[in-house]
Design a protein around this ligand. Structure first.
Ligand code: SAH
Ligand code: SF4
Length: 366
């Protein structure tokens, strides 16, 4: 798996023009300084991109024409294309994004009364091969760049005409293993949390991992970082290894130790996601083991009934079993919630829409 750390993203090549969409305020200032402009021009550019949501250089009417022309020639401004947007009956909208090389990923816009939650992808495909997951069946194709991660957010905000003062939560629970793409993820994090951009508070951003211990340890070294969610999904090494091959590298014991040393802030909890597969991971014994695993560190448990899709032989749990497991965890003093996959009528959990190979209806570029 080691080569995955170096999986390229598109702008990694030295010969390509920098893409302003994936540059931080400091990087834009540096770029502008290199063009003989004062550094504050970089701040202007950053605000135009991230707050005004300008997507073409000709929209930057606050810049002199010759500078705009130079930017047009020397600096790319490429956001992902929104290929397909499918609204679900529950209010969420599933989006397919297409990048310059034709690769596609999914994102979901989920409005709530007091906020909007955006589910983002971090890779095209995924190397982890979890047997219950549609993305896992695709294999890994490539990492996303910072511009492609930030671009998913901006494309959804533009599409939904999101007012700047409405709180945004981000969850990296779409396609891909975010900790396999930590450099680009953290570059995107810096842009998205910048007070002169969208200014999303770090505590409103959650990264979900299948349990890459070295990646979790590395994430813990960042003074400003997103919150952590771990996809546990099994309470014995035998069951977890069967559905999540990563467990053969880092087993439950290694995970418990890793999460126990993760440097949490006061009041912060690690989310333990637990996909319920009927007859495999949903017994009351599983519930008891889950409660005891969660006692190693401040945790909140998120039970996720399996979202069925073609080609895998798993089934969702009975409703009565979900309630029984919930009660068991509550009785054990464990904070717990049940996540109903939103957008089930339009393709369910992330990875299922792209994998279904649906053709775009009305392509939208912006
Ligand atoms: N790769 C990361 C993040 C993306 S997957 C990770 O595995 O954590 C996000 C979540 O969706 C994970 O908790 C995963 O276990 C869950 N998931 C994947 N396929 C699912 C399905 N068909 N039904 C329900 N949850 C699923
Ligand atoms: Fe990858 Fe997460 Fe799916 Fe596993 S569950 S294959 S880690 S996207």
């Amino acid at each position: 798996m080691s080569q995955l750390w170096d999986l390229p993203a598109p702008e990694a090549g030295a010969s390509v023009r920098p893409n302003a969409a994936g540059l931080s305020r400091a990087e834009l200032s540096e770029l502008l300084r290199g063009m003989g402009e004062p550094a504050w021009r970089g701040k202007q550019l950053f605000a135009g991109l991230q707050r005004q949501r300008w997507t073409r250089w000709d929209q930057f009417t606050n810049l002199a024409k010759p500078l705009r022309a130079r930017l047009e020639a020397e600096v790319a401004l490429a956001w992902p294309k929104l290929l397909l947007s499918q609204a679900s009956l529950d209010g969420s909208t599933k989006h397919i994004f297409e990048f310059a090389d034709g690769r596609q990923v999914e994102g979901v816009h989920m409005p709530y009364e007091d906020r909007v939650t955006l589910c983002l992808s971090s890779q095209v495909g995924c190397a982890m091969g979890c047997t219950f997951c549609a993305t896992g069946q695709m294999g890994i194709i490539r990492n996303l760049s910072a511009a492609e991660i930030v671009g998913q957010v901006q494309a959804m905000l533009i599409h939904h005409d999101h007012p700047l003062d409405r709180p945004i939560n981000l969850v990296f629970m779409g396609m891909g293993e975010p900790l396999h793409n930590l450099d680009h993820l953290m570059a995107a994090f810096d842009i998205l949390t910048d007070p002169e951009g969208l200014a999303i508070p770090p505590r409103r951003i959650t990264v979900s991992t299948s349990g890459l211990v070295t990646g979790i340890d590395r994430l813990g070294t960042y003074p400003r970082r997103p919150r952590l969610a771990l996809s546990l999904n099994g309470t014995t090494d035998e069951h977890r290894s069967r559905i999540m091959p990563v467990n053969r590298v880092w087993n439950l014991e290694a995970l418990a130790q890793c999460l126990g040393r993760f440097p949490l802030q006061s009041g912060e909890r690690i989310t333990l996601e637990y996909v319920l597969l009927k007859g495999l991971t949903d017994s009351l014994e599983d519930g008891r083991r889950l409660a005891s695993f969660a006692q190693h560190f401040p945790a909140k448990v998120n039970l996720i009934p399996f979202n069925p899709h073609e080609g895998v032989g798993f089934e969702p749990p009975e409703e009565t079993r979900i309630s029984a497991l919930c009660k068991l965890l509550v009785d054990a003093g464990q904070p717990v919630s049940v996540r109903r996959s939103r957008g089930q009528d339009v393709g369910g959990a992330c990875g299922q829409l792209v994998r279904a190979g649906q053709k775009p209806s009305v392509p939208k570029s912006y």
